[in-house]
Design a protein around this ligand. Structure first.
Ligand code: NAP
Length: 345
């Protein structure tokens, strides 16, 4: 049987801040049966992840595009692959059967045709399917690996996280609190600040958009200095954090969202501070830490089931919402993990 697969594509390379008009919906005819001898897996997409890094794939040129399978450039009109959860409709690959739930690289479309690369069978373990896109997907693993492997916290240490109400940031703060650290987050609205302090248990939070001097803001929240900075935004916030780091402080450079859409913005941290305070600054990619998945998933599920961790999701319904959901990331419209539910199970 053939069906029309609707998918989201870019009309042209996107080199500045993305706008909804940069996207279009395209259709293609696909067969829902697998040809004899083919190893294809045909998947009905259920939930797809909406992530800031996709904008770097949409650019004419970005060094990030040469670094990993996840980051390769996207051409106008092409299907855009993205992390998500789906259900197998037909499979020529003996590891997958019709009716299996799968998690991994699918696409911003109604259906995906996978070769089985970066795709695994999913046991939902009684949890909502959307949890496997964010909390137990790459956002969760990013938060876990970045905090525990890169920053190596000690109980009582002082942790600062930016974009703290976002998908990765909220989990970093929650893990660090549960581990016994002092945690301060920054976010872009009073509502987000309230959420961090009152619901997620951050010790302090502030709205960076209301601060005229980020260095002074950090001095106020960290009178004894910062031991760990989990950077999601880059630019001025990274510079201010470096000025406030303690001796042997650690910075995990997870993302620099404020630099993705504004090439004029680049962090120029005070190098003397880095040298004399022996600060480590390390970039990382979650995909390099897949071996941590079992310990990360087991700890996270345990915290969620015992009510120690909150799950922050921001789910919109229908493939048509993908462009607005994506564009909104760069304006701070999301609270927690942004996901689009493409179809009902
Ligand atoms: P997210 O935080 O859920 O969404 C993006 C948030 O960034 C927005 O809600 C907004 O919150 C903030 N933001 C947007 N533009 C900003 C700007 N110009 N300055 C400061 N803040 C801005 O996204 P996420 O998925 O958790 O990703 C967070 C960061 O981690 C991104 O940089 C992403 O690329 C990176 N990341 C890295 C890896 C890795 O493997 N290294 C994996 C996943 C994500 P406010 O309202 O607070 O401004």
């Amino acid at each position: 049987m053939e069906v029309t697969n609707k998918y989201v594509a870019i009309k042209a390379q996107v080199d500045g801040a993305p706008e909804e008009s940069d996207f279009e919906f395209k259709t293609e005819l696909i067969s829902l049966t697998v040809k004899p001898g083919s190893k294809d897996i045909i998947i009905k997409n259920l939930y797809v992840s909406i992530d800031p890094y996709q904008v770097n794939r949409m650019k004419t040129l970005s060094d990030s595009q040469k670094t990993s399978e996840f980051a390769v450039g996207i051409k106008p009109g092409e299907v855009i692959d993205a992390y998500g959860v789906g259900k197998v409709v037909a499979s020529g690959n003996q590891e997958f059967e019709k009716g299996d739930y799968v998690v991994g690289l699918i696409s911003w479309g109604e259906y995906s045709i996978s070769k089985g690369v970066i795709l695994s069978k999913l046991d939902p373990m009684g949890l909502p399917l959307s949890y496997h896109v964010g909390l137990l997907g790459l956002s969760g693993l990013t938060a876990y690996a970045g905090l525990f492997e890169i920053c190596k916290p000690k109980k009582g240490e002082k942790v600062f996280v930016s974009a703290a109400s976002g998908s990765v940031g909220n989990l970093v703060g929650q893990y660090a609190k549960l581990f016994g650290c002092y945690v301060v987050g920054c976010a872009g609205s009073p509502k987000k600040v309230k959420l961090l302090k009152e619901k997620l248990g951050f010790d302090e939070a502030f709205n960076y958009k209301e601060e005229t001097d980020l260095n002074l803001a950090l001095q106020r929240y960290f009178p004894e200095g910062i031991d760990i900075y989990f950077d999601n935004v880059g630019a001025g916030m990274l510079e201010a954090a470096i000025l406030n780091m303690n001796l042997k402080g650690r910075v995990a450079v997870c993302g620099v969202i404020s630099e993705y859409t504004d090439t004029g913005k680049r962090a120029a941290p005070d190098m003397l501070n880095i040298i004399y305070k022996r600060i480590s600054i390390q970039g990382f990619l979650a995909g390099d830490y897949m071996s941590l998945f079992p310990e990360f998933a087991s700890m996270t599920i345990d915290h969620v089931r015992t009510g120690k961790m909150h799950v922050l999701e921001d789910v919109s319904i229908g493939l048509e919402t993908v462009p607005s959901a994506f564009v909104g990331l760069f304006h701070g419209y999301n609270v927690g993990k942004r996901i689009v539910q493409v179809s009902e199970d």
